[in-house]
Design a protein around this ligand. Structure first.
Ligand SMILES: [Zn+2]
Length: 217
């Protein structure tokens, strides 16, 4: 990792720390395939750690205003991730299903999808060119097509695990360790269940998690 004294350094450290604990807890399986989980599960370990660890970020931020600012930023970023994942996923499906499209159609489609999932609160006046081409910053579209929505799954799982931890820290940690210990010996929904959370993308569940995050903000 890079460490130059930014908030991002702290987040990266706890994120990778989550992956590390996952590796330790599942290291004794005989088969390597049981030790390595797909992104929906691997990122649940790391993204949950980012949220759960916020409680002890005072170790890094001695100033209470800085601490509050770091936490607020984290919660905002967590929420912003979800529509961005939706936009990228939707766009790349259209992109690869319509290989004959023109550059102009591509920009139009991107803007349309972007507007569908955006709040419309950001003024892009004078930056239209950048907005039209913003999809180019997401390397997954070029390098690993269709591999992106997993971050959305894991992010929602992490919010749910954090909610569980906030309600009952001991139970939250128990669920957190439980799914990691299983490595990849169970299906993804079963692993989420072992964590005490749901692998659910219904609008009711998304709304429930959003309400929880709003409360934390
Ligand atoms: Zn990760």
């Amino acid at each position: 990792m890079n460490a130059v004294g930014t908030q991002r350094d702290l987040e990266t450290m706890v994120h990778e720390g989550g992956h590390a604990i996952h590796s330790f807890l599942s290291k004794d399986f005989d088969l390597n395939h049981f030790k390595s989980t797909p992104a929906e599960v691997a990122e649940l370990a790391s993204m949950s750690m980012e949220l759960i660890s916020m409680e002890v970020w005072g170790e890094f931020y001695k100033d209470n205003n800085m601490l509050a600012r770091a936490r607020r930023q984290k919660i905002e970023d967590t929420l912003i991730t979800l529509p961005w994942v939706a936009i990228v996923d939707s766009f790349q499906h259209w992109l690869y299903e319509n290989p004959e499209h023109t550059r102009e159609q591509r920009r139009e489609k991107w803007l349309k999808i972007n507007n569908t999932f955006s709040s419309g609160l950001v003024d892009h006046e004078g930056l239209e060119e950048g907005l039209m081409n913003a999809w180019q910053k997401q390397m997954h579209i070029f390098e690993v097509p269709f591999y992106y929505i997993e971050y959305g799954f894991a992010q929602m799982g992490a919010i749910s695990l954090w909610e569980q931890f906030e309600a009952n820290p001991a139970k939250g940690i128990e669920g957190y360790k439980n799914f990691m210990k299983l490595g990849y010996t169970k299906t993804i929904p079963e692993l989420y269940e072992a964590a005490g959370i749901k692998f659910d993308f219904s609008s009711g569940y998304v709304e429930h998690l959003a309400e929880f995050m709003k409360g934390k903000l």
